[in-house]
Design a protein around this ligand. Structure first.
Ligand SMILES: [Zn+2]
Length: 177
């Protein structure tokens, strides 16, 4: 990975152990390369700002994420780029304990060994944002208009395909078996 990328991904390493008790703010920037690293081809581009408000307490850290911005996806109807808005909030609790049991009472609560100093939030953010993408996505769903030219081209292509199949049937029908 390039030095520039290493630097970029460093922002997701949250050094919670050295933080003082109280609230701390982090501003994180999610770009295309964030999703490219996760080999996600569904996301064409990304411009998302994450505000992380970290509330450090004696034996736990509360991570409050406020996520705003947009993803560029592909519209299922016209296949053109779709600017998909993302606005969501999520809370994650990191419990510091002597033994990490691996048993989660809640998916938003994680146990971290007291020996740990850094918690990497990359995967967490990836999952929160990815969960915002619906199965079916189109310009209509976000009150935008589909690319009419693209639809026309697609219809033309589909009708040509159908015509080709019909022609083949004609040939078969005319064959005298
Ligand atoms: Zn569309």
């Amino acid at each position: 990975m390039a030095v520039e990328d290493l630097k970029y991904f460093k922002q997701f390493d949250i050094k919670f152990s050295t933080l003082a008790i109280g609230i701390h703010e982090f501003h994180l920037d999610i770009k295309k390369k964030f999703f490219a690293k996760h080999k996600n081809e569904e996301i064409i581009d990304a411009n998302i700002q994450v505000l992380l408000e970290l509330n450090k307490k004696e034996n736990l850290c509360i991570f409050n994420f406020t996520i705003d911005g947009q993803l560029t996806l592909q519209c299922d109807i016209c296949l053109d780029d779709l600017a998909y808005p993302i606005h969501t909030e999520e809370t994650l609790i990191l419990k510091l304990s002597e033994e990490t049991t691996g048993e989660y009472e809640d998916e938003n609560i994680l146990f971290v060994n007291t020996n740990e100093h850094i918690y990497n939030i990359e995967q967490v953010l990836y999952e929160i944002i990815y969960a915002q993408i619906p199965m079916r996505k189109s310009h209509e769903d976000v009150e935008q208009e589909c690319n009419k030219n693209m639809i026309k081209q697609l219809e033309l292509y589909t009708s040509k395909q159908t015509q080709a199949i019909d022609d083949r049937w004609e040939v078969l029908k005319n064959l005298k078996i």
